[in-house]
Design a protein around this ligand. Structure first.
Ligand code: CA
Ligand code: CA
Ligand code: CA
Ligand code: CA
Length: 512
């Protein structure tokens, strides 16, 4: 795909971009480019990076700076070190959006925290790269720069404010993360905390003073606050305090985290926002991996082209509907769906018209990375909590097609005659249903003619997992009908929850 640059492309791009064209990847936006040059089909420029700069003056020179997703996954590519007076700079790939990123700057004795609410991805590769100073230029949803003055220096107060937001989500019921808040909600919440700090609000003063002593008071042997404690664990790591340390300032050495935990709880009660989830609708993210080399449930290589014929203009579609066995209020007791709701949801999924509902590999609609051949679609589907795992939940059926808009089934479908089935139960507690499938995998949730071998748990068909345990069922039937982990390293053992998507749960205003 690398071709010579035409004169017109040089004029359009300018010399600086043109000089980097040779190093770019294919697939980011070739159609736009093809139209511009009409006859020539040139490689577009690379998407490049967005730059984030910050200061951690308390940490000083030579400290570490680590970045984490709101759920606590380290973004190792972004990690860096501080230079003079704690300044740091890092870059994020502009092909994906990074929301509510947590920053931890540390030296041997202590650590301070901050938040970067939004690092946007580029809508097109021709967008200019941004440099985002943490305190002054955080882009909001409208793309305007918002000031988050606190974050100009990751000091004691930036740490306390970050702690309050992390804890507010973590300690909510059900437990959550800052992924459930929009970046603008985080920007607003930081402004709210800043106003409370400026007013010396007495509800926040105790925890604010404790954080200042813990991170800046020389009473620790190593960083003593945990940004991502496990359930039930304190944010304060008592073992990191020096012997005789007095973190609450009452003149006596502290031997428990109780004072800190109580102060944090009191401060959180002063914050307005709560995280509440919609109860009648759930976000469903379906990702299909169309890369060569995937292995199926028998650990055999998948042939993408067993039933599917390739052509230059093809891309990924999905079609499906709610599954007929979903509890229906005309026949089943509550919880159930009304016919009108059932029909509307099925329509949303394409209602089994092939090649009408496109999937996305352009970084939109929940797709994380453009051009990586992982195709994504997000549906907000009617939902209810059926309670027990062996109750019937909302169920969907679907199939992927590699086709052109409006084409018929033949030569575009994964396989003829069967469908994939999925029950909308949130197994990993993130309030999203995520399912990452391998295109053409006939050993997974393919319903009727399933090729999973008996030795790998197959019996020729798939049973709903929620129909377990039921008398008379073949104990050897695969029940791969729920969101599940995926195999990320090709060893045929499932190891990780899907993370190559960009979606947050559906939140609603909490009732008073
Ligand atoms: Ca004390
Ligand atoms: Ca993708
Ligand atoms: Ca989930
Ligand atoms: Ca694995």
């Amino acid at each position: 795909m690398v071709k010579r640059l035409t004169t017109i492309s040089r004029l359009l791009l300018g010399a600086s971009v043109a000089s980097s064209v040779a190093a770019s990847g294919c697939g980011i936006d070739p159609r736009i480019w093809g139209n511009l040059t009409s006859s020539d089909y040139d490689t577009p420029p690379p998407a490049g990076v967005q730059t984030v700069t910050g200061v951690a003056s308390l940490i000083g020179t030579g400290g570490t700076v680590a970045f984490f997703t709101p759920g606590g996954v380290a973004l190792t590519t972004q990690s860096t070190t501080t230079t003079t007076d704690g300044a740091f700079t890092t870059t994020f790939p502009a092909t994906a959006a990074f929301e509510n990123t947590v920053v931890v700057s540390a030296n041997a004795a202590t650590a301070t925290w901050g938040l970067v609410p939004r690092v946007p991805k580029k809508a097109t590769v021709y967008d200019p790269s941004l440099t985002i100073a943490m305190g002054t230029d955080v882009p909001n949803a409208e793309g305007q720069a918002a000031a988050v003055t606190f974050m100009a220096d990751l000091d004691e107060d930036a740490t306390a404010a970050t702690l309050l937001l992390l804890a507010k989500a973590h300690l909510s019921q059900p437990e959550s993360t800052l992924a459930s808040l929009t970046p603008d909600a985080v920007i607003d919440s930081l402004a709210e905390i800043q106003a409370l700090f400026e007013d010396d609000d007495i509800r926040l003063t105790p925890v604010r003073e404790m954080v200042a002593r813990i991170v800046g008071g020389g009473i620790t042997t190593r960083p003593a606050l945990r940004p991502f404690p496990t359930t039930g664990q304190s944010y304060l790591d008592l073992a990191a305090l020096k012997a005789g340390a007095d973190y609450d300032g009452d003149g006596t050495a502290d031997t428990s985290t109780a004072a800190f935990d109580e102060a944090l709880e009191r401060a959180m009660a002063s914050l307005q926002f709560d995280v509440c989830y919609a109860t009648d609708v759930i976000r469903v993210v379906l990702v299909v991996d169309f890369r060569e080399g995937g292995k199926d449930g028998n650990c055999n290589a998948i042939n993408l082209w067993k039933w599917t014929i390739d052509a230059p203009d093809k891309h990924m579609f999905i079609t499906g509907s709610l599954h007929a066995s979903t509890p229906n209020c005309t026949a089943d007791p509550a919880p159930c769906l009304e016919n009108t709701v059932f029909d509307a949801a099925s329509q949303q999924m394409g209602n089994w018209s092939p090649n009408t509902i496109p999937m996305y590999d352009d970084g939109t609609h929940g797709d994380k990375v453009a051009g990586d051949n992982l195709w994504t679609i997000t549906f907000d589907l009617p939902w209810f909590d059926a309670g027990a795992p062996n109750a019937r939940w909302v169920r969907i059926a679907y199939k992927y097609t590699w086709g052109s808009q409006g084409a018929l089934w033949t030569g575009s479908e994964e396989w003829p005659g069967n469908q994939r089935i999925l029950e909308l139960r949130d197994i990993n507690g993130d309030r999203i249903i995520t399912r990452q499938d391998l295109y053409g995998d006939e050993t997974s949730n393919k319903d009727k003619s399933n090729l999973r071998s008996p030795g790998n748990g197959g019996c020729g068909t798939v049973l709903w997992q929620s129909d377990l345990p039921k008398e008379g069922r073949n104990p050897n039937c695969v029940d791969d009908t729920l969101e599940s982990q995926i195999d990320t390293n090709g060893d045929c053992t499932l190891d990780s929850w899907p993370s190559d998507f960009s979606a947050a749960p559906i939140t609603v205003p909490c009732e008073e």
